[in-house]
Design a binder for this molecule. Structure first.
Ligand code: ZN
Length: 96
């Protein structure tokens, strides 16, 4: 089952189709929302303000698309060290 399938299944649990936390009032609903948020962070998101540092080895720098954490480096991690978002360092428009 893909991450997207898990999110869709959890979103439908008890008939809830909205990911807005304001709709969730019970502990069970909060747990489902937390699980959805955790799975969403496993789906890579393209970094913002991408720049390529052409040292050796070449590294890519950018900002987290989820929390806005600045100047993350592909040489350090594939995840944001502030919020845990999985990061996609690629740029479809550029050849590195
Ligand atoms: Zn982040």
């Amino acid at each position: 089952m893909s991450n997207e399938d898990c999110i869709n299944d959890l979103s439908r649990y008890n008939g809830y189709m909205c990911l807005n936390s304001a709709m969730f009032h019970t502990l069970e609903e909060q747990t489902i929302y937390t699980a959805i948020r955790a799975i969403q962070k496993q789906i890579p998101k393209k970094i913002n303000n991408r720049s390529v540092i052409k040292n050796f080895p070449i590294s890519v720098h950018g900002d987290c698309p989820t929390c806005g954490s600045k100047n993350l480096s592909s040489a350090d991690t594939d995840y944001c060290n502030a919020c845990g978002q999985k990061l996609d360092w690629t740029d479809d428009n550029l050849k590195d």
